[in-house]
Design a protein around this ligand. Structure first.
Ligand SMILES: C[S@@+](CC[C@H](N)C(=O)[O-])C[C@H]1O[C@@H](n2cnc3c(N)ncnc32)[C@H](O)[C@@H]1O
Length: 297
């Protein structure tokens, strides 16, 4: 199922255009990271094999759904920034009686995700929408739950206010949201030379105006009507998949070299960010990977 919002992507501003270009160019490269097209880090649980990536990526999806704490009567869930809808597919496989609406700003992702959903017979439970999560084509108070997995970082502002405002508008009162992303704990201007360089290059390579700032982001949630906010630091949980990232990059480059494929600057920038991301992740006083949950008043 595909729905298209009224706002054509051509009218999108330059921040959006950078995001669209980034995902159009790197789209299939994510298939090297995850055969299911999960476009995020994985969650490590005790006794998991830390070298097997896909189960940890799926476990991150499971963590998101568990934290949504859905009831029987919670039927409609929004995925804000759904990528190739891997989290939607995981979710519907576990809860076939729910409906999920995934929105992404990238047309190519909508088409490809539809193919992937069709291939496993999940097309009727997952609606894919081409649109902007800062101007959601959904009515006020219409979601029984919603989540954003490594996607809100793509919008403007350290507090990501345009995203938070929209997410709170469409969520029903008393219902729950889950956000998972990398968060900075200090203003980027206070970073030292090495960290400042890595931060700037990572933002450029991954098409991020900035990472969200944990204090400002939770402040925006409160401002727009959120309460009972809980922040869980997942930094150590994602360490095994984060540590695989540099090796995955090197392996990918070797493969492309042998295939004689030339990578354009967007794809190279993405790979550079994957390498530098490791440096950012080590600066525990400045950066954390967190799950944030709460409810709308
Ligand atoms: C790193 S991917 C994560 C995808 C998915 N959540 C997952 O974990 O597999 C980020 C996603 O956010 C989407 N995105 C970024 N900015 C957006 C916006 N303004 N509106 C809608 N989607 C957006 C991108 O198109 C992409 O699908």
């Amino acid at each position: 199922m595909i729905t298209q919002t009224d706002k054509p992507i051509q009218q999108a501003n330059s921040t959006l255009q950078k995001v669209v270009t980034y995902y159009e160019d790197t789209g299939l490269d994510y298939g090297e990271w995850s055969k299911e097209f999960n476009m995020h880090f994985g969650y490590y649980r005790l006794w998991m094999n830390p070298f097997k990536r896909e189960p940890m990526l799926e476990e991150m999806n499971r963590q998101v759904f568990n934290h949504l704490k859905l009831n029987e009567d919670d039927k409609v869930i929004y995925d804000l920034g759904c990528g190739l809808a891997a989290p939607c597919r995981s979710f519907i496989k576990k809860c076939p009686n729910k409906k999920i609406k995934g929105i992404t700003i990238v047309n190519w992702q909508v088409e490809k995700a539809k193919e992937l959903n069709n291939a496993v017979g999940l097309d009727s439970s997952i609606e894919l929408i081409l649109g902007d999560y800062t101007e959601l084509p959904f009515a006020d108070n219409s979601a029984d739950a919603l989540y954003a997995l490594e996607s809100c970082c793509h919008t403007k502002g350290l507090d990501k206010a345009p995203f938070v405002n929209e997410m709170m508008r469409v969520l029903k009162p008393g219902k729950r949201f889950v956000i998972v992303d990398g968060f900075i704990k200090k203003e980027p201007e206070s970073f030292g030379a090495l960290l400042g360089y890595c931060y700037k290059e990572i933002c450029k390579g991954w098409a991020l105006p900035s990472f969200p700032h944990i204090g400002l982001f939770t402040g925006a949630i409160k401002k727009f009507g959120g309460e009972k906010i809980q922040v869980k630091d997942f930094s150590f949980r994602i360490a095994p998949t984060a540590m695989q990232s540099p090796f995955a990059v090197v392996w990918f480059l070797i493969k492309k070299l042998f295939q004689g494929e030339k990578l354009n600057p967007v794809r190279l920038g993405h790979l550079k960010s994957c390498l530098l991301g490791f440096v950012l992740g080590m600066h525990r006083r400045s950066f954390a990977y967190c799950l944030i949950t709460g409810i709308k008043k």
